[in-house]
Ligand binder design. Sequence first.
Ligand code: AMP
Ligand code: GLY
Length: 426
Amino acid sequence: MRILLLGSGGRENALAWKLSQSPRCESLFIAPGNAGTSKFGTNLNIGITDFDSIRKACIDEKIDMVVVGPEEPLVKGVTDFLISSAALKNLDVIGPGKAGAQLEGSKAFAKAFMMRHNIPTATYREFTLDNYVEGVEYLKTHPLPIVLKADGLAAGKGVVICENHIEAIAEFELMIQRAKFGEAGKKVVVEQFLTGIEISVFVLTDGKNYVMLPEAKDYKRVGEGDTGPNTGGMGAVSPVPFVDASLLKKIEDKVIRPTVDGLRKEGLEYRGFIFFGFMIVGDEPYMIEYNCRMGDPETEVVIPRLKNDLVDLLDAVAKQELDKVKIDTDTRTACTIVAVSGGYPGEYQKGYEITGIDDVNPEDSMLFHMGTTEKNGKIITSGGRVFCITSYGRSVFDAVEISKEEMQKISFKDMTYRSDIGFEFE
Ligand code: AMP
Ligand code: GLY
């Protein structure tokens, strides 16, 4: 099979690593990829939303399957665009069409979907310019803290948790009156704050059947002890020690099956990954968000624990034969630690040389590139999150210690990372 993978992060490096191991992967292309993905296939210099060039690459390279890593092309309709092309009649695309991608592309859509299918989630209301005044009144008496969510994609920044009413009303005004998060963010979901532990569960669905992949927990805050601003993710662990069979069963019965059934009943064609973000309150799962793709850096711990051939799995998705598949999981713990540029998630410099990347001991660890590029034979930084090191261990502590040890071998100017990933499980 000839495969084109879209994206350029650690998630895509992990997917490229796994896809390339399949005997069925004849050729792998990554658009645009990074300095790590080029070890497993051919990087194509094409942007993830340059649909015409993606279609041309599919035709020129005789691609059989496109695997879409990030949300932006999905929400913008890359799947519909490619499969409706007369020249690509036999192409399979892993990733939902624009309608299904609304699960991530619109918070208001996702909340209404959860309501329609009785999926447990925080109570909420939706406001726009039309009911702005009512919204301000609603906020004045809302219990604290208050969660405000801009409706559309906002590069992970569209959720604001306000500790007092004045701050909430000011933020509400910025979102609706001043389009702080753009036009799509002028619709705002106001949500009850949930207290609990966050976990992520990943599902592959063919629109009729689904399989559950290993769960994970990511560490979003930039600082040790979960402090400081939110990032794309500073590390992740899988499995999550407190998640047992009874919690997973609840998650499946109350959320996952109703979601897949709901998509089908509503005629939302969906072949791809669904990322379920949960808050576990007591021992009850509440849905926080859907993503129409895998997580990053969660993929870098989930995929290394997946023993199945990924091409077989994705082919079963395309053929709607996931009912014939059984997921085989590595029982070891996998943890990843992300190395970031100094200053991230605020302003940071790019273009620094990274040394020591080839020194990572392949026995228990692997390095996945995130924001890297190659220049004159050197690997240089090109993003906030630069690379991550995933290690296997007998426990979270064990795996994190191994990744930390390997981290010592690598450096670039102002490199930082969290040394306390998995701290609550020690
Ligand atoms: P999201 O962009 O939807 O993933 O939200 C970003 C983060 O905000 C989540 O990972 C949670 O930590 C937090 N969050 C979102 N919704 C809630 C909620 N209802 N209660 C508490 N925290 C929330
Ligand atoms: N790590 C969170 C995400 O991928 O959205």
